[in-house]
Ligand binder design. Structure first.
Ligand SMILES: [Zn+2]
Ligand SMILES: [Zn+2]
Length: 86
């Protein structure tokens, strides 16, 4: 077993290991990752990690995005901020 988090990579299109990069200014539930295979760097929703326990992850009632059940929905927060700025 490795200690790396697995995600589906947007670059090499495989379920592969990702290195977590330390980044500030990341919204709750998101982290910056680099693919150990192709080097592709991206922001990943940590609920999409392959080793997250399914029981902790739910669909948001409002927008149907994946989220952790004990945190508020980031997608809804974004929509709320957008609405507030109109
Ligand atoms: Zn990759
Ligand atoms: Zn939502």
């Amino acid at each position: 077993m490795s200690n790396y988090t697995q995600f589906k990579c947007n670059g090499c299109k495989r379920d592969t290991e990702f290195l977590w990069l330390d980044a500030t200014e990341m919204p709750d539930g998101f982290k910056l990752y680099q693919c150990m295979d192709c080097g592709c760097v991206g922001v990943k929703n940590i609920v999409e990690a392959k080793d997250v326990d399914d029981s902790d992850v739910v669909r948001c009632d409002d927008c149907a995005a994946w989220k952790f059940k004990d945190v508020s929905c980031y997608t809804c927060q974004l929509i709320g901020e957008y609405d507030a700025n109109i």
